[in-house]
Design a protein around this ligand. Sequence first.
Ligand code: SF4
Length: 112
Amino acid sequence: MSVLLIAEELTLPCHTADPELWFAEAPARLDQARELCGRCPLSAQCLAEAIERREPWGVWGGELFDRGQVVAQRRAPGRPRKDADVLEQIAAAALAERLADSGLLSRPGAAA
Ligand code: SF4
């Protein structure tokens, strides 16, 4: 059964909090949505289905989507920080770990 059908019978964070959080521009608001997704009983299934649908935008299953791809973080407007590359690598590693934990991505170096 699709997460969208199950969701109609449950009280989910994205149905009770400000829905704009899940599609916000500001990284801090997107982090709020991610945190709320972390409390959702459908988080893993929501993420898997969003990946399958190649969601174009927003937070689904606690992960941020941009043009159909799960991305570690959205770049804040303005000039990048001097350590932006390092922060992006840390965020990408954390994302790979979360996806591996959820079974949606194999761990780097693991046999296929
Ligand atoms: S994981 Fe997040 S977006 Fe998906 S149903 Fe739950 S609260 Fe909504």
